[in-house]
Design a protein. Structure first.
Length: 378
């Protein structure tokens, strides 16, 4: 993904081959000749390479010789994309800049490649299909489709999308057993599963991104089952499992027609770049970690931003966080890093917030007609 963002920043998206060198590792240069000695990582893009080798990162000593027939853009890489640093507010000066980026993405990820991408990465993109008596997303399998860890914790959560959650009052160990009862409470509010599957194509699509290391959705199979029962056949549900060498254009193929993108907070929220105007990203934050750093990007790309947060620790190892206010935890480097590594669980209140958002999309209460258009960089 790093190389993909560099392509967006430094090219028009139509180049056949691009290599990006970090100026920090240039040890010798000859002014005006385009030659330099380089000993560091090289980010490389080759458009005509196979999918697994299109984006690559190599680190070795190279002597780069630049010919007068080529083009070389030199500059200091300062860790930003757009007009403002990634984590410090708004990124673009206006809708024209956003349009340019969208056009570059279309050039880098042509629609004709989407079928090949979907076939190649079918092992990480898993459509949900209800199968009574069998869990499609088991908690005990190590296969890419089933990398989900079980939990018995139940949490409470505010539905307000614009305030931080209250401090939890019970440690994880004391919450055991409540998940089962809360599941029953939510299930009783949901309609029964359709007796006959509809042959019509779903009108709406929800994509759930599942991380592999931390900040995972726990009991994802149950989440999907509840969503299917509540939303019916009008919605398709797809789980995109994390994979290190995932082609960025797969995100484009998957998210370009998504109506809701449900993800825990993390770098994968940059998928906003591929989302259509009027769609929704919902970020799920772990206990005591709250930073809506991707909302400005969503605002500029016309994507509605929603968020929910656990207000008690999910894992018992995070019970110590009960002793600290969230404001302190976000200020403290140790506390911030420790809290952000916890997994998340979708409680009934959080599910209600998600379903409410889906119903608003169905009813046209939110959509492209009232998509945000906020630009903070002038």
């Amino acid at each position: 993904m790093t190389m993909f963002y560099m392509m967006l920043a430094f090219t028009q998206g139509t180049a056949k081959e691009v290599k990006v060198y970090d100026p920090v590792y240039i040890s010798q240069g000859v002014k005006g000749l385009g030659n330099f000695v380089y000993d560091g990582p090289i980010y490389s893009y080759t458009r005509d390479a196979d999918l697994s080798n299109r984006y690559s990162l190599v680190g070795a000593k190279h002597v780069h010789r630049h010919s007068s027939a080529g083009k070389c853009m030199c500059g200091s890489y300062v860790g930003e994309f757009g007009a403002a640093p990634i984590d410090r507010g708004y990124w673009f000066s206006g809708s024209k800049d956003v349009k340019i980026v969208r056009e570059k993405i279309s050039a880098l990820c042509p629609a004709a490649e989407a079928p090949l991408l979907l076939r190649t990465y079918s092992h990480v993109l898993v459509p949900y299909s209800p199968n009574p008596g069998m869990s499609q997303f088991s908690d005990n399998s190590s296969s890419p489709q089933n990398r989900y860890t079980s939990t018995a914790n139940s949490l409470r959560m505010r539905k307000d999308n614009h305030t931080t959650s209250a401090v939890g009052t019970r440690p994880a160990a004391a919450l055991r057993g409540r998940l089962r009862s809360s599941r029953g409470a939510l299930s009783r509010r949901l309609p029964a599963s359709p007796t006959e599957p509809s042959k019509s194509k779903p009108m709406f699509k929800m994509v759930i991104y599942q991380r592999d290391a931390d900040r995972k959705f726990l009991k994802l199979d149950h989440i999907l089952s509840l969503l299917h029962r509540a939303l019916g056949t009008s919605w398709s549900l797809e789980v995109l499992n994390h994979e290190e060498k995932l082609d960025p254009c797969l995100l484009s193929a998957v998210l370009k027609d998504a109506d809701i993108y449900l993800t825990t907070h993390g770098f994968q929220s940059m998928g906003i770049l591929f989302m259509k105007k009027g769609s929704v990203i919902m970020e799920v934050f772990p206990y005591k970690y709250w930073k809506v750093g991707y909302k400005p990007l969503a605002d500029e790309f016309g994507v509605h931003h929603r968020w929910v947060q656990n207000n008690a620790p999910v894992s018992s190892s995070r019970n110590i966080l009960l002793a600290f206010p969230q404001e302190f935890c976000m200020w403290s480097l140790w506390c911030r890093d420790f809290s952000r590594g916890d997994d998340v669980i979708m409680t009934p209140d959080m599910m209600d917030s998600l379903l409410h958002t889906a119903r608003d999309l169905e009813a046209g209460i939110i959509g492209a007609h009232n998509a945000p258009a906020v630009f903070g960089v002038k």
